[in-house]
Write a protein that binds this ligand. Sequence first.
Ligand code: NAD
Length: 264
Amino acid sequence: MQKNIFDNFSLAGKVAVITGGARGIGYAVADCYCQAGASVALIDYNAEQVKQSSKALSAEYGCKVESYILDVAQPAKCDEAIAQIVQDFGTIDIFVGNAGIIWIDGAIISEEGLNNGIDKWRRIMDINLNANYYFARSVGQIFKEKKSGSFILTASMSGSIVNVPNYQAAYNVSKAGVKHMAKSLAVEWASFNARVNSISPGYIDSGLSDALDPAILAKWNSLIPFGRQGLPQELVGAYLYLASDASTYTSGSDIAIDGAYCSV
Ligand code: NAD
């Protein structure tokens, strides 16, 4: 703990790993962490975008930013990436599990009958939920040895509520799992002083909703008490808090940032 309260928010000397860091929320978090003094490893399967994003951040802030190209749904690749990051950066202090996808026409029983979507259901679970378990195994070992570390998961308000109309049970269930994974790991990892928390955004203007039906999007937007979607930049204060020494007694928490959507 520093004497100056603002120094507690510094990430100087820390190494942060962010999955889904090529664009959207992950990129905004990376930008914030670089500004706070961290070195950053970006993980993404969008090779072009993640290389471009790493270059842009290190040029802007003069910090070390490297990109790692992999599909987080592959456990062996996740292990390899973490080993490589430790080799390249020396350690890991902060992990942000943020890569995620949606499945917009995922009604289990559609008007045409049974939606044959077992592969899609599994893919959503693998990327949104299971990948965080794959990374928790290797990152948890590092945090245990250090007796410190912050593990942050991007959940969603869809992990708590079901919006209307709704054809995305898989997404909702995966995000409910993410929230509860954070709570479960928070208790498990407390014995070695590592913290685990989640953040639950509402509707955020990022690339994720590009594929949505405009009519559904308009309906959802009309229900936001703030009358607009949030911006990725409006989330980063929470990610900074959870990554930094300002939150040394915060673990097992979920921070909702949704323009009061879940308060209605
Ligand atoms: P985005 O589509 O802009 O960014 C997601 C990033 O994850 C992309 O760079 C993509 O390439 C990467 N990614 C996806 N699958 C991957 C995989 N298998 N392996 C490696 N990289 C992969 O979306 P976003 O809005 O920035 O979403 C980030 C997180 O926030 C997601 O977990 C999403 O579910 C969550 N979230 C978003 C919103 C929203 O309204 N945008 C709301 C709540 C939660």
